[in-house]
Design a protein around this ligand. Structure first.
Ligand code: KIV
Length: 275
């Protein structure tokens, strides 16, 4: 079944849980799509896990378009959502619509995601009016890492919790089709989930959300720079990759790779004729 912004809303009404994983390239996108995951997020986390920056702030529109277009070529049934990078939408509603349009036209995405609450509602309204589905993102919004003073859980106190709940309602009212809730206490995420009609997708927000999202390098134990508490490692692909790279090095050094089955043959008599 093809996943769309519409089927996302229907899934919530039917009580079906949604799954989302990040991907940043064609090969990974095909694997995620074939595994039946509902949505792929081309997250601006690519700045950290693919490009090696310490945060997401340096990611450009060109980076996002390049990776989104690669992922789009690997997607069949999965809903493709692409992040709007830092400063591609904050400065004006005009910037937001133009850059969301570029992600759809050049990055071939099906929907965009942007971070923030009340301050981005006008931007969301305008993007939705241009027929581009928008996923919101509140709680810990990594593009505000400097304003937050680090990657910290949000919404623990009454005032902050109320603000995040109000933001969720405002995003729904502005036309978002889903909301990512990042690093908020489980009880707050559950309260938000029952307070809005659109699906909530949690990351570090507990099992009460309508769906879950993880960065694929985190869940495959491939990215060692940071291991947030909310990550479950579903496989040890990082150590398997390292072991495979080391085995390749050893076999090349020992002369056991390439073996005859990896090698092209020809009539040796021809070689003898060469001078
Ligand atoms: O950029 C990203 O990967 C994200 C997820 C962490 C939700 O925004």
């Amino acid at each position: 079944m093809k996943n769309t912004a519409v089927t996302f809303k229907e899934a919530k009404a039917k009580g079906e849980k949604l799954t989302m994983l990040t991907a940043y390239d064609y090969t990974t996108a095909r694997l995620v799509d074939e595994a039946g995951i509902n949505a792929i997020l081309v997250g601006d986390s690519l700045g950290m896990v693919m490009l090696g920056y310490e945060d997401t702030l340096s990611v450009t529109m060109e980076d996002m378009i390049h990776h989104s277009a690669a992922v789009a070529r690997g997607v069949k049934n999965t809903l493709l959502i692409t992040d709007m990078p830092f400063m591609s939408y904050q400065a004006s509603v005009y910037d937001a619509v133009v850059n969301a349009g570029r992600l759809m036209k050049e990055g071939r995405t099906h929907a965009v995601k942007l971070e923030g609450g009340l301050e981005v509602c006008d931007h969301i309204r305008a993007i939705v009016k241009a027929s581009i589905p928008v996923c919101g993102h509140i709680g810990l919004t990594p593009q505000s890492v400097n304003a937050f003073g680090g990657f910290k859980v949000q919404g623990k106190g009454e005032e902050a919790a109320q603000r995040i709940l109000d933001e969720a309602r405002a995003l729904e009212e502005a036309g978002a089709f889903a909301i990512v809730l990042e690093c908020v206490p489980q009880a707050l995420a559950a309260k938000i989930t029952e307070s809005v009609q659109i699906p909530t997708i949690g990351i570090g927000a507990g099992a009460g959300c309508d769906g879950q999202v993880l960065v694929y390098q985190d869940m495959l134990a491939m990215y060692a720079d940071m291991k947030p508490k909310f990550v479950k490692q579903f496989a040890q692909i990082g150590s398997q990759m390292k072991a495979a790279f080391a085995a390749y090095k050893e076999e090349v050094a020992a002369g056991t790779f390439p073996a005859p089955e990896h090698t092209f043959q020809m009539d040796e008599a021809i070689i003898d004729k060469l001078y």
